[in-house]
Design a protein around this ligand. Structure first.
Ligand SMILES: *[C@@H]1O[C@H](CO)[C@@H](O)[C@H](O)[C@H]1NC(C)=O
Ligand SMILES: *[C@@H]1O[C@H](CO)[C@@H](O)[C@H](O)[C@H]1NC(C)=O
Ligand SMILES: *[C@@H]1O[C@H](CO)[C@@H](O)[C@H](O)[C@H]1NC(C)=O
Length: 183
């Protein structure tokens, strides 16, 4: 355990400057030290805290409930204030919890949003596509028709999958293709 840091205190009884121990996080100063006794520090009352070594005779009130669109990340205890964060699907921008960005068709999610950070989107690279607007979906590889023993009848692009020829079952594996094919 580390030694408590000290502070200088003038003791009116003896007229001496004393080196008293500071109070630890989670406590407040009840009585300065004297020549006979150490500093008296006592635990913070409920719903208040101190988070460093200090010489204050009171603790700090914890922030009240979290703001709108936020939830409690860490409840308040004697050494830490309550920590709030944006609720699911939102991130903090300056002071507001904004909705995570959705990536439009043709681009996909490369980093999902967090309570602190917006979604990161990127254009689908060659050979990949995304047909939806989504804050979760990454770009998907184009279906390789030859893997299914089928012919490529329409080459995909950033927003559409490859379209393969073939029976209905196989066509469904190719995603959107079934509606494009003759019945
Ligand atoms: C108080 O909360 C903090 C996080 O906010 C945590 O790290 C710490 O362990 C907690 N202390 C106690 C005594 O529960
Ligand atoms: C499709 O798969 C075959 C093997 O099954 C491979 O030779 C070919 O390079 C693949 N095509 C693409 C575009 O990935
Ligand atoms: C991508 O392909 C689809 C269907 O084949 C087509 O409708 C669309 O215009 C194409 N988009 C681009 C940017 O070429």
């Amino acid at each position: 355990e580390t030694l408590p840091p000290k502070y200088l205190h003038y003791d009116p009884e003896t007229g001496h400057q004393l080196l008293c121990d500071k109070c630890a996080p989670g406590t407040y100063l009840k009585q300065h030290c004297t020549v006979r006794r150490k500093t008296l520090c006592v635990p913070c009352p409920d719903h208040s805290y101190t988070d460093s070594w200090h010489t204050s005779d009171e603790c700090v009130y914890c922030s009240p409930v979290c703001k709108e669109l936020q939830s409690v990340k860490q409840e308040c205890n004697r050494t830490h204030n309550r920590v709030c964060e944006c609720e699911e699907g939102r991130y903090l921008e300056i002071e507001f919890c904004l909705k995570h960005r959705s990536c439009p068709p043709g681009s996909g999610v490369v980093q999902a949003g967090t309570p602190e950070r917006n979604t990161v989107c990127k254009k689908c690279p060659d050979g990949f596509f995304s047909g939806e607007t989504s804050s979760k979906a990454p770009c998907i590889k184009h279906t390789n028709c030859s893997t299914f023993g089928l012919l490529l009848i329409q080459k995909g692009n950033a927003t559409h999958d490859n379209v393969c020829s073939g029976n209905r079952e196989a066509t469904q594996k190719c995603g959107i293709a079934s509606s494009v094919l003759p019945r």
